[in-house]
Design a protein around this ligand. Structure first.
Ligand code: NAD
Length: 495
């Protein structure tokens, strides 16, 4: 589609900001709404229900009723599978609409909403649907006189609280395993990007998911989010977001009913390029492409780049040649690879870090300024700092914007020491032709995922999550079922 056609579709789009509770679109009981503006051009998209505790109570009651009467949990896994697959098919049938909503709501290029976000969300839902009738329970190896069954049961009512950077994918990573396992779900999308979540709930209903099984309560974190985290009748919370809010979620779980709380949190991932890197061009391309993808608003963005001192100049020369390719453009232009920052607040945060980097004495080699100032939206030029040291805030804190910090190292032990000197532990990478060095480094790096000679390894079949203050638990893969199921042991006496 041409850029003009996308803009015409955007202008004609009707936005329904009502919550989705018990199979119906409803406004918040308080009748309060919040303004939903697009970071693409600052245009108002519409109003969204500002749910609070009363709406959360209604959603939890609907989810609990659906769980207790087993309208979904009681269906055979093969039947749930069919619904999940239909749900995935319908997402693909609405691909253009969902991609457009995602781009308008959070600013990412339409090219990636179409080629990454929509297909990945559909694939995730399909994958867990396909998996659920292929998983067997266990019989424990006990004595002849008894039979001990080890079975998995759905946890019950699951609350999913998700961020704005990949709204549909983050939602799918939670709701797909939770629903496939037979739970009822309440999804709280970010107040910055609620639109696709609301459409997903309608599409799920159309696919045959019974009313009440999947509810969506848009609203602010301190209102709708906290009401879910503190709720006495929510059995499990799947949270993705910042480390600071993740800590609050764990506290709220402890303050209330000790609900299971899973937290997928922030990152400051280290990308280590050794002098014996087998393909410097590939390393440069991955380093630059991965930090600027999604405007740098990715939890696993390799925002700390460690380059062995002897090759740093050569590396930077190649890197700087690629940076202009990521100049922000109109997100509704299919040629654009970097879009808008999600909102004014995030823009201010990122610009603040850039200023701190300059003040601290890092060398600004690219970007460092706002872009597309006449668009009405929020854009930042791809930014690269050299001569960063580990004490600077741009090396320590998650910026969540298109800002790369380059640090030097002397040998691999120095690189590992610097890479691990962070509170985060989401992902890391090492580039070397030496197999032993690669394996030793991968073992030494404290991260949930380590890449060797690449950075884009990603598949629904592998777990995703972090260590340290990047959180607990894992999304994706069959391991995600661990979060949304309880193990039950049943002892049967044999007479
Ligand atoms: P955030 O923590 O501000 O918000 C995340 C969600 O929590 C939102 O829905 C928000 O409304 C809600 N929330 C906020 N305060 C709350 C409260 N007091 N109680 C309950 N809910 C509350 O994070 P964000 O800015 O939306 O997202 C960016 C963060 O998410 C980054 O730190 C990023 O690294 C992280 N993230 C992690 C992963 C992962 O898999 N580890 C994936 C994507 C994003």
């Amino acid at each position: 589609m041409t850029t003009t056609q996308w803009h015409q579709r955007a202008a004609a789009l009707g936005i329904d900001g009502r919550a989705f509770i018990g199979g119906e679109r409803v406004w918040a009981r308080s009748e309060r709404q919040f303004d939903n503006r697009s970071p693409v051009d600052g245009r108002q998209l519409g109003f969204v229900a500002r749910c609070d505790g009363a709406d959360v109570d209604a959603a939890v009651a609907a989810a609990r009723a659906a769980f207790e009467d087993r309208r979904w949990a009681g269906q055979a896994p093969a039947a749930r599978k069919r619904t999940m697959i239909k749900f995935a098919d319908l997402i693909l049938a609405h691909a253009d609409e969902l991609a457009l909503l995602e781009t308008l709501d959070m600013g990412k290029p339409i090219k990636y909403s179409q080629s990454v976000d929509v297909p990945a969300a559909a694939n995730c839902i399909r994958w867990y649907g396909e998996a659920v009738d292929k998983i067997y329970d266990q019989i424990a190896p006990t004595a002849d006189t008894s039979l001990a069954l080890v079975t998995r049961e759905p946890v019950g009512v699951v609350a999913a609280i998700v961020p704005w950077n990949y709204p549909m994918i983050m939602a799918a990573w939670k709701i797909a395993p939770a629903l496939a396992a037979g739970n009822s779900v309440i999804l709280k999308p970010s107040e910055k990007s609620p639109l696709t979540a609301l459409r997903l709930a309608e599409i799920a209903l159309e696919a045959g998911l019974p009313a009440g099984v999947f509810n969506v309560v848009p609203g602010y974190g301190a209102e709708a989010g906290a009401a879910l985290a503190l709720h006495m009748d929510v059995d499990c919370i799947g949270f993705t977001g910042s480390t600071n809010v993740g800590k609050q979620i764990l506290q709220m779980a402890g303050q209330s009913n000790l609900k299971r709380a899973w937290t997928e949190l922030g990152g400051k991932s280290a990308n280590i390029v050794c002098a014996d890197c087998p393909d410097l061009d590939a390393a440069v391309s991955a380093a630059i492409g991965s930090i600027y993808f999604n405007q740098g608003e990715s939890c696993n963005a390799p925002s700390r780049l460690f380059v062995e001192a002897s090759i740093k100049d050569a590396f930077l020369e190649k890197a700087l040649a690629l940076v202009p390719d990521f100049a922000p453009g109109d997100p509704l232009d299919e040629a654009t690879v970097m879009g808008a920052i999600v909102d004014a607040a995030q823009m201010k945060t990122v610009m603040g870090y850039i200023e701190q980097g300059k003040q601290a004495g890092a060398r600004l080699l690219a970007g460092g300024a706002a872009a597309r100032l006449d668009s009405g939206g929020f854009y930042i030029a791809p930014t690269l700092f050299d001569r960063v040291d580990g004490s600077m805030s741009i090396a320590r804190e998650e910026i969540f914007g298109p800002v790369l910090s380059v640090l030097a190292f002397t040998d691999i032990d120095d690189a590992v020491r610097q890479a691990n000197a962070t509170r985060y532990g989401l992902q890391a990478a090492v580039w070397t032709a030496d197999l032993s060095k690669a394996i030793k480094t991968a073992r030494a790096l404290r991260a949930g995922t380590v890449h060797v000679n690449q950075y884009d390894g990603d598949d629904i079949t592998v777990p995703f999550g972090g260590v340290k203050q990047s959180g607990n638990g894992r999304d994706k893969s069959l391991h995600a079922f661990d979060k949304y199921t309880e193990l039950k042991t049943t002892w049967i006496q044999i007479g």
